[in-house]
Design a protein around this ligand. Structure first.
Ligand SMILES: NC(=O)c1ccc[n+]([C@@H]2O[C@H](COP(=O)([O-])OP(=O)(O)OC[C@H]3O[C@@H](n4cnc5c(N)ncnc54)[C@H](OP(=O)(O)O)[C@@H]3O)[C@@H](O)[C@H]2O)c1
Length: 363
């Protein structure tokens, strides 16, 4: 991407309350843009440190009227809508992308930027449902006819990021970590601050269209990623190769042993077989020449608790990713604290379900 003179724009971030969105908004504000923050739930400005510096417009991306209102007066759209933890996520994401693209084509928006997933070469196999859905959303958004760029990322490192939290929770809980023989595919993790940097740059450069991959300098295999986490967290852990296990069984194991929503864990497990690395010649190179963070620096920032870095946890992060200082303060081995945390979350889920059943129809 070539640098060009930056002009302030009004940018709608659709999905501003999500993991990436909540880190992107302050980066856009710092770059001088006006931001309209949007998601389908009622706005909660107090939950975000930038909450009072933006205009909030509630918008369900599947509702054409709401999308049209959200796009009023907007120059550029950052599309971060994702509903992986719900049933039939591909259908809902397709409807949201199609509705948004159609509204964009009737609006004054000149630039659309979307954060997608790396698309592996599946070697004759079908793409996983999750990746196929991300790819489909790219095509739907491009159909608006406006300058559109999909930035594709694999594992995004930062506290609160789905893939990082699953690695963190499994690597902390399991002293012995079973690694199925097929789970040696390559990943190219990227720090969330670099993802935000790439998105901000893309908003300001309408000339780059199509898709570009975003990845840090390290290409690792999954066991190396687990090892890197353990090293950064000061944990002594052993990875044990195990015979082939179906990816559905691995997904169920990931869901049982982490607090991730089961559908999310299952959807991600099906992507673990493929190499998730950037395409040579189709990879984002920062216009400012500043290097991207390496994986261990990004992990250390995620563990640092420093509120000044985007990799650290935020108050608005998904509940299942939040730390519990009281549990973590108990002087016991990290794996026992992780087990206590998991038990606490399971107990909360069960009591939430019981409350919903109790308050069910007829009461
Ligand atoms: N996090 C990662 O590790 C990672 C890695 C690679 C690529 N990506 C890509 O980055 C993008 C954002 O991911 P994320 O991790 O930030 O997701 P996320 O945390 O799940 O956030 C999704 C956002 O979409 C909003 N949303 C969902 N359904 C909506 C609807 N119908 N209308 C309007 N807003 C809706 C959510 O808010 P409401 O629930 O309030 O609507 C939320 O703000 C996705 O395309 C994902 O594939 C993420």
């Amino acid at each position: 991407m070539t640098a060009r003179e930056d002009t302030a724009r009004t940018v709608l971030v659709l999905g501003a309350t999500g993991y990436v969105g909540s880190r992107l908004v302050p980066a856009l504000l710092a770059a001088g843009h006006d931001v309209v923050a949007s998601s389908s739930r009622p706005p909660e400005p107090a939950a975000y440190e930038w909450g009072t510096s933006v205009e909030w417009r509630r918008c369900d991306a599947t509702d054409v009227g709401q999308v049209e209102r959200a796009l009023e007066g907007v120059d550029a759209l950052c599309y971060l809508v994702h509903s992986l933890d719900g049933p039939r996520f591909a259908d809902r994401d397709r409807l949201a992308a199609r509705t948004t693209a159609e509204a964009v084509s009737r609006s004054g928006v000149s630039r659309v930027v979307y954060l997608s997933g790396l698309v592996p070469d599946p070697g004759g196999r079908a793409l996983s449902e999750h990746i196929a859905s991300r790819h489909e959303v790219e095509s739907l958004l491009a159909s608006s006819g406006r300058s559109t760029l999909a930035l594709r990322a694999g594992v995004v490192i930062g506290a609160g990021s789905t893939s990082f939290e699953i690695v963190r929770q499994l690597a902390t809980l399991l002293v012995v970590q079973p690694v199925p023989s097929w789970m040696h595919s390559k990943v190219q993790p990227v720090a969330v601050s670099d993802v935000a940097r790439a998105l901000v740059e893309a908003v300001g450069d309408d000339d780059v269209t199509g898709s570009l991959d975003v990845g840090g300098p390290d290409v690792l295999r999954y066991p190396d990623l687990l090892a890197s986490f353990s090293r950064c967290a000061g944990l002594l852990r052993l990875r044990l190769p195990v015979p082939a296990a179906p990816s559905t069984a691995v997904g169920l194991g990931m869901a049982a042993l982490s607090a991730a929503p089961p559908r999310t864990a299952l959807a991600l497990a099906h992507s673990l077989r493929d190499d998730m690395v950037c395409r040579p010649g189709h990879t984002w190179v920062p216009a400012d020449g500043e290097p991207l963070l390496d994986a261990e620096t990004a992990i250390r920032r995620a563990l640092s608790g420093d509120p000044g870095v985007p990799e650290s946890a935020r108050h608005g992060d998904a509940v299942w990713t939040r730390r519990q200082p009281l549990v973590e303060a108990v002087p016991s081995p990290a794996s026992m604290r992780a087990a206590s945390l998991l038990a606490l979350r399971r107990a909360r889920e069960a009591s939430g379900q019981a409350r919903r059943l109790w308050a069910g129809p007829g009461r």
